[in-house]
Design a binder for this molecule. Structure first.
Ligand code: C2E
Ligand code: SIN
Ligand code: SIN
Ligand code: FE
Ligand code: FE
Length: 388
Protein backbone atom coordinates (compact mmCIF):
# COMPACT_ATOMS: atom_id res chain seq x y z
CA UNK A 1 0.00 0.00 0.00
CA UNK A 2 1.37 3.42 -0.93
CA UNK A 3 1.55 6.27 1.55
CA UNK A 4 -1.49 7.88 -0.06
CA UNK A 5 -3.65 4.72 0.18
CA UNK A 6 -2.54 4.18 3.74
CA UNK A 7 -3.61 7.71 4.60
CA UNK A 8 -7.02 7.17 3.00
CA UNK A 9 -7.47 3.96 4.96
CA UNK A 10 -6.59 5.76 8.18
CA UNK A 11 -8.89 8.60 7.37
CA UNK A 12 -11.78 6.18 6.91
CA UNK A 13 -11.00 4.35 10.14
CA UNK A 14 -10.81 7.50 12.17
CA UNK A 15 -13.95 8.94 10.59
CA UNK A 16 -15.77 5.77 11.60
CA UNK A 17 -14.48 5.97 15.16
CA UNK A 18 -15.41 9.57 15.78
CA UNK A 19 -19.02 8.71 15.03
CA UNK A 20 -19.18 6.81 18.31
CA UNK A 21 -18.15 9.71 20.55
CA UNK A 22 -21.19 11.15 22.30
CA UNK A 23 -19.85 14.09 24.25
CA UNK A 24 -19.12 17.19 22.19
CA UNK A 25 -15.94 18.11 24.07
CA UNK A 26 -14.52 14.62 23.88
CA UNK A 27 -15.30 14.68 20.17
CA UNK A 28 -13.52 18.00 19.59
CA UNK A 29 -10.53 16.65 21.49
CA UNK A 30 -10.35 13.64 19.18
CA UNK A 31 -10.98 15.57 15.97
CA UNK A 32 -8.20 18.01 16.73
CA UNK A 33 -5.85 15.26 17.83
CA UNK A 34 -6.37 13.25 14.64
CA UNK A 35 -6.03 16.28 12.37
CA UNK A 36 -2.73 17.06 14.10
CA UNK A 37 -1.48 13.49 13.77
CA UNK A 38 -2.21 13.51 10.03
CA UNK A 39 -0.22 16.67 9.59
CA UNK A 40 2.50 16.27 12.27
CA UNK A 41 1.56 19.54 13.81
CA UNK A 42 2.27 20.99 17.20
CA UNK A 43 -0.96 22.75 18.05
CA UNK A 44 -4.46 23.60 16.98
CA UNK A 45 -7.80 24.97 17.96
CA UNK A 46 -11.45 24.68 17.08
CA UNK A 47 -14.00 27.46 16.82
CA UNK A 48 -17.70 26.66 16.52
CA UNK A 49 -20.51 28.77 15.11
CA UNK A 50 -22.88 30.11 17.68
CA UNK A 51 -25.57 32.32 16.22
CA UNK A 52 -23.62 34.70 14.02
CA UNK A 53 -20.39 34.51 15.95
CA UNK A 54 -17.48 32.11 16.07
CA UNK A 55 -16.80 30.84 19.53
CA UNK A 56 -13.47 29.42 20.66
CA UNK A 57 -14.15 25.87 21.84
CA UNK A 58 -11.00 23.79 21.98
CA UNK A 59 -7.22 24.04 22.01
CA UNK A 60 -4.28 21.65 22.04
CA UNK A 61 -0.64 22.62 22.13
CA UNK A 62 2.08 20.02 22.63
CA UNK A 63 4.86 22.55 23.25
CA UNK A 64 2.92 24.35 25.93
CA UNK A 65 0.81 21.67 27.59
CA UNK A 66 2.13 18.20 26.85
CA UNK A 67 3.78 16.27 29.62
CA UNK A 68 2.27 18.71 32.09
CA UNK A 69 0.78 16.74 34.86
CA UNK A 70 -2.11 19.10 35.24
CA UNK A 71 -5.00 20.02 33.00
CA UNK A 72 -5.08 22.80 30.56
CA UNK A 73 -6.95 25.83 31.77
CA UNK A 74 -6.93 27.45 28.34
CA UNK A 75 -9.64 24.96 27.37
CA UNK A 76 -12.00 27.13 29.36
CA UNK A 77 -11.06 30.43 27.80
CA UNK A 78 -14.01 32.45 26.55
CA UNK A 79 -13.13 34.06 23.28
CA UNK A 80 -15.38 35.00 20.38
CA UNK A 81 -14.86 36.30 16.89
CA UNK A 82 -17.19 38.13 14.61
CA UNK A 83 -17.70 36.52 11.28
CA UNK A 84 -15.92 38.85 8.93
CA UNK A 85 -12.81 38.80 6.81
CA UNK A 86 -10.54 40.27 9.45
CA UNK A 87 -9.60 37.07 11.26
CA UNK A 88 -8.28 33.91 9.64
CA UNK A 89 -11.17 31.97 11.11
CA UNK A 90 -13.80 34.49 10.01
CA UNK A 91 -12.32 34.64 6.53
CA UNK A 92 -12.55 30.87 6.16
CA UNK A 93 -16.19 30.88 7.26
CA UNK A 94 -16.94 33.64 4.74
CA UNK A 95 -15.21 31.92 1.83
CA UNK A 96 -15.90 28.31 2.82
CA UNK A 97 -12.38 27.40 1.64
CA UNK A 98 -9.20 26.30 3.40
CA UNK A 99 -6.55 28.92 4.08
CA UNK A 100 -2.95 27.76 4.21
CA UNK A 101 -0.46 30.31 5.54
CA UNK A 102 3.29 29.70 5.82
CA UNK A 103 4.01 32.37 8.40
CA UNK A 104 1.17 34.22 10.10
CA UNK A 105 3.54 36.96 11.27
CA UNK A 106 4.29 37.80 7.64
CA UNK A 107 0.79 38.16 6.19
CA UNK A 108 0.99 41.02 3.66
CA UNK A 109 -0.99 44.03 4.85
CA UNK A 110 -3.09 44.11 1.67
CA UNK A 111 -4.82 40.88 2.76
CA UNK A 112 -8.17 41.45 4.47
CA UNK A 113 -7.29 39.14 7.35
CA UNK A 114 -4.53 39.31 9.92
CA UNK A 115 -3.39 37.05 12.72
CA UNK A 116 -4.48 37.76 16.28
CA UNK A 117 -1.35 37.40 18.42
CA UNK A 118 -3.03 37.65 21.83
CA UNK A 119 -2.69 33.93 22.65
CA UNK A 120 0.97 33.96 21.56
CA UNK A 121 1.57 37.01 23.73
CA UNK A 122 -0.07 35.45 26.76
CA UNK A 123 1.86 32.21 26.45
CA UNK A 124 5.09 33.23 24.63
CA UNK A 125 4.22 30.72 21.94
CA UNK A 126 5.31 31.44 18.36
CA UNK A 127 2.66 30.47 15.81
CA UNK A 128 4.10 30.20 12.33
CA UNK A 129 2.33 28.02 9.76
CA UNK A 130 -1.44 27.85 10.17
CA UNK A 131 -3.89 25.78 8.18
CA UNK A 132 -7.48 26.89 8.73
CA UNK A 133 -10.16 24.53 7.43
CA UNK A 134 -13.94 24.97 7.36
CA UNK A 135 -15.98 22.41 9.29
CA UNK A 136 -18.77 22.03 6.78
CA UNK A 137 -21.23 19.15 6.55
CA UNK A 138 -22.11 17.45 3.28
CA UNK A 139 -25.38 19.41 3.38
CA UNK A 140 -23.32 22.58 3.40
CA UNK A 141 -23.96 23.60 7.02
CA UNK A 142 -20.98 25.46 8.44
CA UNK A 143 -20.46 24.29 12.02
CA UNK A 144 -17.15 26.06 12.63
CA UNK A 145 -13.47 25.96 11.74
CA UNK A 146 -10.50 23.77 12.52
CA UNK A 147 -7.15 25.48 12.86
CA UNK A 148 -3.91 23.48 12.77
CA UNK A 149 -0.76 25.25 13.85
CA UNK A 150 2.96 24.68 13.19
CA UNK A 151 3.59 21.61 11.12
CA UNK A 152 6.83 20.15 12.49
CA UNK A 153 9.70 18.90 10.35
CA UNK A 154 12.06 16.10 11.34
CA UNK A 155 14.01 18.50 13.56
CA UNK A 156 10.81 19.74 15.24
CA UNK A 157 10.98 23.10 13.50
CA UNK A 158 7.82 24.74 12.23
CA UNK A 159 7.42 24.27 8.51
CA UNK A 160 4.67 24.86 5.94
CA UNK A 161 1.62 22.67 5.39
CA UNK A 162 1.55 20.84 2.07
CA UNK A 163 -1.22 20.67 -0.51
CA UNK A 164 -1.76 17.06 0.58
CA UNK A 165 -2.25 18.12 4.22
CA UNK A 166 -4.84 20.57 3.04
CA UNK A 167 -6.65 17.93 1.03
CA UNK A 168 -6.70 15.36 3.80
CA UNK A 169 -7.68 17.64 6.62
CA UNK A 170 -10.39 19.15 4.47
CA UNK A 171 -11.83 15.74 3.74
CA UNK A 172 -11.63 14.68 7.37
CA UNK A 173 -13.28 17.95 8.37
CA UNK A 174 -16.41 16.97 6.41
CA UNK A 175 -16.81 13.83 8.48
CA UNK A 176 -15.95 15.70 11.64
CA UNK A 177 -18.55 18.39 10.92
CA UNK A 178 -21.32 15.79 10.69
CA UNK A 179 -20.24 14.19 13.97
CA UNK A 180 -20.01 17.61 15.66
CA UNK A 181 -23.48 18.57 14.51
CA UNK A 182 -24.86 15.35 16.00
CA UNK A 183 -22.99 15.76 19.31
CA UNK A 184 -24.23 19.34 19.59
CA UNK A 185 -27.80 18.12 19.24
CA UNK A 186 -27.20 15.50 21.96
CA UNK A 187 -25.79 18.16 24.30
CA UNK A 188 -28.77 20.44 23.61
CA UNK A 189 -31.27 17.69 24.34
CA UNK A 190 -29.52 16.87 27.61
CA UNK A 191 -29.46 20.51 28.62
CA UNK A 192 -33.17 20.76 27.89
CA UNK A 193 -33.86 17.67 29.97
CA UNK A 194 -31.85 19.17 32.81
CA UNK A 195 -33.61 22.50 32.49
CA UNK A 196 -36.92 20.77 32.78
CA UNK A 197 -35.87 18.73 35.74
CA UNK A 198 -33.58 20.73 37.91
CA UNK A 199 -34.43 24.26 37.08
CA UNK A 200 -38.06 24.33 35.93
CA UNK A 201 -37.65 28.05 36.09
CA UNK A 202 -37.04 29.81 32.78
CA UNK A 203 -34.81 32.41 34.46
CA UNK A 204 -32.27 29.76 35.43
CA UNK A 205 -29.61 28.32 33.13
CA UNK A 206 -27.63 25.14 32.82
CA UNK A 207 -24.55 26.85 34.28
CA UNK A 208 -24.47 24.74 37.46
CA UNK A 209 -24.69 21.45 35.58
CA UNK A 210 -22.12 22.58 33.03
CA UNK A 211 -19.75 23.39 35.86
CA UNK A 212 -20.37 20.13 37.72
CA UNK A 213 -19.77 18.21 34.48
CA UNK A 214 -16.52 20.04 33.77
CA UNK A 215 -15.16 19.92 37.35
CA UNK A 216 -15.90 16.20 37.45
CA UNK A 217 -14.01 15.23 34.32
CA UNK A 218 -11.05 17.40 35.27
CA UNK A 219 -10.87 15.90 38.78
CA UNK A 220 -11.24 12.44 37.32
CA UNK A 221 -8.45 12.99 34.81
CA UNK A 222 -6.08 14.22 37.49
CA UNK A 223 -7.00 11.35 39.81
CA UNK A 224 -6.71 8.75 37.02
CA UNK A 225 -3.31 9.98 35.82
CA UNK A 226 -2.00 9.69 39.36
CA UNK A 227 -3.27 6.11 39.41
CA UNK A 228 -1.44 5.38 36.15
CA UNK A 229 -4.62 4.69 34.18
CA UNK A 230 -4.03 4.76 30.40
CA UNK A 231 -4.86 7.90 28.42
CA UNK A 232 -7.16 5.84 26.22
CA UNK A 233 -9.18 4.63 29.18
CA UNK A 234 -9.23 8.14 30.64
CA UNK A 235 -10.66 9.60 27.45
CA UNK A 236 -13.37 6.99 27.23
CA UNK A 237 -14.36 7.47 30.85
CA UNK A 238 -14.43 11.24 30.46
CA UNK A 239 -16.75 10.99 27.47
CA UNK A 240 -19.37 9.32 29.66
CA UNK A 241 -18.60 11.09 32.92
CA UNK A 242 -19.26 14.62 31.74
CA UNK A 243 -22.78 13.81 30.64
CA UNK A 244 -23.47 11.56 33.64
CA UNK A 245 -22.28 14.26 36.07
CA UNK A 246 -24.43 16.85 34.34
CA UNK A 247 -27.41 14.62 35.02
CA UNK A 248 -26.71 14.14 38.75
CA UNK A 249 -29.85 15.95 39.93
CA UNK A 250 -32.18 15.01 37.09
CA UNK A 251 -34.30 13.07 39.63
CA UNK A 252 -35.41 16.42 41.04
CA UNK A 253 -38.00 16.32 38.25
CA UNK A 254 -40.03 14.17 40.64
CA UNK A 255 -39.89 16.70 43.50
CA UNK A 256 -42.65 19.29 43.83
CA UNK A 257 -41.97 23.00 43.40
CA UNK A 258 -43.07 23.73 46.96
CA UNK A 259 -40.11 21.75 48.23
CA UNK A 260 -37.66 22.40 45.42
CA UNK A 261 -38.07 26.17 45.50
CA UNK A 262 -38.73 26.66 49.18
CA UNK A 263 -36.92 29.86 50.15
CA UNK A 264 -36.11 28.67 53.67
CA UNK A 265 -34.88 25.53 55.37
CA UNK A 266 -36.59 22.22 54.63
CA UNK A 267 -38.27 20.45 57.56
CA UNK A 268 -37.51 16.81 58.25
CA UNK A 269 -40.42 15.50 56.20
CA UNK A 270 -39.58 17.73 53.24
CA UNK A 271 -35.93 16.74 53.35
CA UNK A 272 -36.90 13.05 53.39
CA UNK A 273 -38.89 13.67 50.20
CA UNK A 274 -36.03 15.62 48.67
CA UNK A 275 -33.65 12.73 49.29
CA UNK A 276 -35.73 10.59 46.94
CA UNK A 277 -34.26 12.51 44.00
CA UNK A 278 -31.29 10.10 44.00
CA UNK A 279 -33.37 6.97 43.47
CA UNK A 280 -35.77 8.78 41.12
CA UNK A 281 -32.88 9.88 38.94
CA UNK A 282 -31.31 6.43 38.83
CA UNK A 283 -34.67 4.97 37.77
CA UNK A 284 -34.76 7.08 34.64
CA UNK A 285 -31.83 5.11 33.24
CA UNK A 286 -32.78 1.72 34.62
CA UNK A 287 -33.64 -0.16 31.47
CA UNK A 288 -30.80 0.99 29.33
CA UNK A 289 -27.60 -0.85 28.65
CA UNK A 290 -25.45 1.96 27.24
CA UNK A 291 -22.32 2.77 29.23
CA UNK A 292 -23.36 6.39 29.45
CA UNK A 293 -26.77 5.57 30.90
CA UNK A 294 -25.26 3.11 33.35
CA UNK A 295 -22.87 5.78 34.53
CA UNK A 296 -25.66 8.37 34.74
CA UNK A 297 -27.69 6.02 36.96
CA UNK A 298 -24.63 5.46 39.14
CA UNK A 299 -24.04 9.18 39.58
CA UNK A 300 -27.69 9.92 40.34
CA UNK A 301 -27.77 7.20 42.95
CA UNK A 302 -24.45 7.93 44.66
CA UNK A 303 -23.74 11.66 44.54
CA UNK A 304 -24.99 12.18 48.13
CA UNK A 305 -23.12 9.25 49.66
CA UNK A 306 -20.30 10.14 52.03
CA UNK A 307 -16.83 8.65 52.52
CA UNK A 308 -17.62 8.00 56.21
CA UNK A 309 -20.91 6.24 55.41
CA UNK A 310 -23.21 8.93 56.80
CA UNK A 311 -24.68 9.90 53.42
CA UNK A 312 -27.75 8.69 51.55
CA UNK A 313 -29.53 6.73 50.11
CA UNK A 314 -27.36 3.61 50.47
CA UNK A 315 -25.25 4.63 53.48
CA UNK A 316 -22.31 2.89 51.86
CA UNK A 317 -18.79 4.08 52.67
CA UNK A 318 -15.23 4.47 51.38
CA UNK A 319 -14.54 2.71 48.11
CA UNK A 320 -17.95 1.04 48.23
CA UNK A 321 -19.11 4.37 46.84
CA UNK A 322 -18.35 4.23 43.11
CA UNK A 323 -15.63 6.65 41.99
CA UNK A 324 -18.16 8.60 39.89
CA UNK A 325 -20.20 9.22 43.05
CA UNK A 326 -17.17 10.30 45.09
CA UNK A 327 -16.13 12.76 42.39
CA UNK A 328 -19.54 14.26 41.66
CA UNK A 329 -20.23 14.61 45.40
CA UNK A 330 -17.32 17.01 45.75
CA UNK A 331 -18.03 18.79 42.46
CA UNK A 332 -21.67 19.33 43.43
CA UNK A 333 -21.07 20.54 46.99
CA UNK A 334 -18.22 22.84 45.98
CA UNK A 335 -20.50 24.46 43.43
CA UNK A 336 -23.51 24.57 45.78
CA UNK A 337 -21.49 26.30 48.50
CA UNK A 338 -19.76 28.82 46.31
CA UNK A 339 -23.02 29.80 44.58
CA UNK A 340 -26.19 31.45 45.80
CA UNK A 341 -29.19 29.14 46.15
CA UNK A 342 -32.85 29.94 46.84
CA UNK A 343 -32.27 28.76 50.40
CA UNK A 344 -28.79 30.17 51.07
CA UNK A 345 -26.29 32.88 50.17
CA UNK A 346 -22.98 32.18 48.45
CA UNK A 347 -20.10 31.35 50.78
CA UNK A 348 -16.72 33.08 50.65
CA UNK A 349 -14.23 31.10 48.60
CA UNK A 350 -11.81 30.64 51.51
CA UNK A 351 -14.61 29.27 53.70
CA UNK A 352 -15.56 26.78 51.00
CA UNK A 353 -11.97 25.58 50.63
CA UNK A 354 -11.57 25.32 54.39
CA UNK A 355 -14.79 23.32 54.63
CA UNK A 356 -13.61 20.90 51.94
CA UNK A 357 -10.27 20.38 53.71
CA UNK A 358 -12.07 19.72 56.98
CA UNK A 359 -14.35 17.17 55.32
CA UNK A 360 -11.43 15.08 54.01
CA UNK A 361 -12.06 11.52 55.15
CA UNK A 362 -15.49 12.50 56.45
CA UNK A 363 -17.82 13.70 53.71
CA UNK A 364 -15.27 13.33 50.91
CA UNK A 365 -12.66 10.90 49.60
CA UNK A 366 -9.20 12.30 50.53
CA UNK A 367 -7.75 11.20 47.17
CA UNK A 368 -10.44 13.07 45.26
CA UNK A 369 -9.84 16.16 47.40
CA UNK A 370 -6.15 16.00 46.56
CA UNK A 371 -6.92 15.96 42.83
CA UNK A 372 -9.33 18.86 43.30
CA UNK A 373 -6.69 21.04 44.92
CA UNK A 374 -3.95 20.19 42.47
CA UNK A 375 -6.08 21.43 39.54
CA UNK A 376 -7.67 24.34 41.35
CA UNK A 377 -6.61 26.85 38.66
CA UNK A 378 -8.65 24.81 36.16
CA UNK A 379 -11.62 24.68 38.57
CA UNK A 380 -11.54 28.48 38.76
CA UNK A 381 -11.28 28.80 34.97
CA UNK A 382 -14.39 26.61 34.68
CA UNK A 383 -16.26 28.87 37.09
CA UNK A 384 -15.33 31.88 35.00
CA UNK A 385 -16.49 30.19 31.83
CA UNK A 386 -19.92 29.02 32.95
CA UNK A 387 -21.55 31.92 34.70
CA UNK A 388 -25.26 32.21 35.51
P1 C2E B 1 -28.16 21.40 46.19
O1 C2E B 1 -28.64 22.79 46.47
O2 C2E B 1 -27.66 21.11 44.80
O3 C2E B 1 -27.02 21.07 47.24
C1 C2E B 1 -26.19 19.97 47.07
C2 C2E B 1 -25.43 19.65 48.30
O4 C2E B 1 -24.55 20.73 48.64
C3 C2E B 1 -26.27 19.46 49.57
O5 C2E B 1 -26.81 18.16 49.65
C4 C2E B 1 -25.22 19.67 50.66
O6 C2E B 1 -24.39 18.53 50.79
C5 C2E B 1 -24.37 20.77 50.07
N1 C2E B 1 -24.81 22.06 50.61
C6 C2E B 1 -25.61 22.98 50.04
N2 C2E B 1 -25.78 24.04 50.86
C7 C2E B 1 -25.06 23.79 51.99
C8 C2E B 1 -24.81 24.52 53.19
O7 C2E B 1 -25.31 25.63 53.39
N3 C2E B 1 -24.01 23.92 54.10
C9 C2E B 1 -23.42 22.71 53.90
N4 C2E B 1 -22.62 22.19 54.85
N5 C2E B 1 -23.64 21.98 52.77
C10 C2E B 1 -24.45 22.53 51.84
P2 C2E B 1 -28.07 17.90 50.57
O8 C2E B 1 -27.93 18.60 51.88
O9 C2E B 1 -28.26 16.43 50.63
O10 C2E B 1 -29.25 18.56 49.80
C11 C2E B 1 -29.71 18.03 48.59
C12 C2E B 1 -30.62 19.00 47.92
O11 C2E B 1 -31.73 19.27 48.81
C13 C2E B 1 -30.00 20.37 47.66
O12 C2E B 1 -29.30 20.35 46.48
C14 C2E B 1 -31.25 21.26 47.61
O13 C2E B 1 -31.93 21.12 46.36
C15 C2E B 1 -32.13 20.63 48.66
N6 C2E B 1 -31.97 21.29 49.96
C16 C2E B 1 -31.15 20.95 50.97
N7 C2E B 1 -31.33 21.75 52.03
C17 C2E B 1 -32.27 22.65 51.68
C18 C2E B 1 -32.90 23.74 52.36
O14 C2E B 1 -32.62 24.07 53.50
N8 C2E B 1 -33.87 24.44 51.67
C19 C2E B 1 -34.22 24.10 50.39
N9 C2E B 1 -35.15 24.82 49.79
N10 C2E B 1 -33.64 23.07 49.72
C20 C2E B 1 -32.68 22.36 50.36
C1 SIN C 1 -12.75 15.42 26.87
O1 SIN C 1 -13.87 15.15 27.31
O2 SIN C 1 -11.96 14.53 26.51
C2 SIN C 1 -12.31 16.85 26.79
C3 SIN C 1 -13.27 17.76 27.50
C4 SIN C 1 -12.67 19.03 28.04
O3 SIN C 1 -11.66 19.02 28.72
O4 SIN C 1 -13.28 20.11 27.84
C1 SIN D 1 -7.82 34.17 17.28
O1 SIN D 1 -6.97 33.68 18.04
O2 SIN D 1 -8.41 35.25 17.52
C2 SIN D 1 -8.19 33.44 16.04
C3 SIN D 1 -7.06 33.33 15.10
C4 SIN D 1 -7.60 33.67 13.75
O3 SIN D 1 -8.27 32.79 13.17
O4 SIN D 1 -7.36 34.78 13.30
FE1 FE E 1 -28.45 16.02 44.49
FE1 FE F 1 -26.48 19.82 42.09
Amino acid sequence: MGKYDKNIQELLNVSEQINHIKDIDALLDRVLFEARIFTHSDAGSIYLMEGNRLKFRYVQNDSLFKGKKTSNKYLYTSHELEINEKSLAGYVVMTGKPLNIDDVYKIPTEHPYSFNISFDEQTSYRSKSILTIPLKTSQGTMVGILQIINRLDSRNQATSFSKEDELFVNHFANHAAVAIERAQITREIILRMINMAELRDPKETGAHVNRVGAYSIEMYQEWARNQGISEQEIKKFRDNLRIAAMLHDVGKVAISDTILKKPGKLDEQEFATMKLHCVMGARLFKNSSSEMDTMAAEVCLNHHERWDGAGYPGKIKGEEVPLTGRITALADVYDALISKRVYKDAWQEEDVLKYIQEQSGKQFDPGVIESFFSIYDVIKAIREKYIE
